[in-house]
Design a protein around this ligand. Sequence first.
Ligand SMILES: NC(=O)c1ccc[n+]([C@@H]2O[C@H](COP(=O)([O-])OP(=O)(O)OC[C@H]3O[C@@H](n4cnc5c(N)ncnc54)[C@H](OP(=O)(O)O)[C@@H]3O)[C@@H](O)[C@H]2O)c1
Length: 236
Amino acid sequence: MEKLQGKKALITGGSRGLGKAVALALSKEGVQVAITGRNESSLQETVKEIGNHATYSVFDISNQQDVKNSLEKLQVDFGPIDILINNAGISAFGGFLEMTEKEWLDIIHTNLLGVYYVSKAILPSMVERKCGDIINVSSTAGLKGGASTSAYSVSKAGLISLSESLMFEMRKHNVRVTTLTPSTIASDMSVKDLKITDGNPEKVLQPEDFAELVLDILKLNKRALLANASLWSTNP
Ligand SMILES: NC(=O)c1ccc[n+]([C@@H]2O[C@H](COP(=O)([O-])OP(=O)(O)OC[C@H]3O[C@@H](n4cnc5c(N)ncnc54)[C@H](OP(=O)(O)O)[C@@H]3O)[C@@H](O)[C@H]2O)c1
């Protein structure tokens, strides 16, 4: 089993939901965490809650120059990243003809190109140091299209392909890349935005369940790599 203590992790979208739960869980394991998002006050609140010298960086992952500049600075101030959780994402459901081009493309720019920009900024140091873990948060929506999910499904299916390709390419550098395709988990996205669940903790997956899975994956012996996994509620 790998020890996580002393490692440094970057969690995109770490201010709320799944990302926040992962940041809290990693910090409890002695990992130094940096979280990102667009809303600075929300990042400040979460960093305070995490404690343990956690830090944050404010940028929009869909803006390539913003990502490049912010992550160059972060890697100088915070240090090289051992664990990257590509978690930040947005969603909106709607008919293909009804959604505006902007809505549709924003989802692709954030969920797919955002992961490309962030990974491009972080991977060189992992490859150089011949170690690292990247966990990409896709979705069951990326495994299958749906009548009102074209943009979200395309973004998450593209992410599965990107992540799987990186897994094959990076393992020879001892960098492990895992693709996760969780089903519905109680968060702002699922409860408030999409309204696809009431988030009942007796039945519906909670962000803490997702964080537990992430810790287990990262703790695998470094000779072992989990390529992909789907997490489901047992009986929602
Ligand atoms: N919840 C589910 O049921 C579910 C299921 C499967 C997969 N997922 C995936 O899991 C990930 C996390 O979802 P969640 O439910 O935790 O969502 P959430 O509660 O809406 O949180 C999203 C996080 O991403 C950040 N973010 C969004 N757009 C961003 C951008 N352009 N640049 C930087 N940060 C951005 C948000 O911070 P700011 O708003 O401050 O930017 C926030 O921290 C997403 O990729 C989602 O697609 C979720």
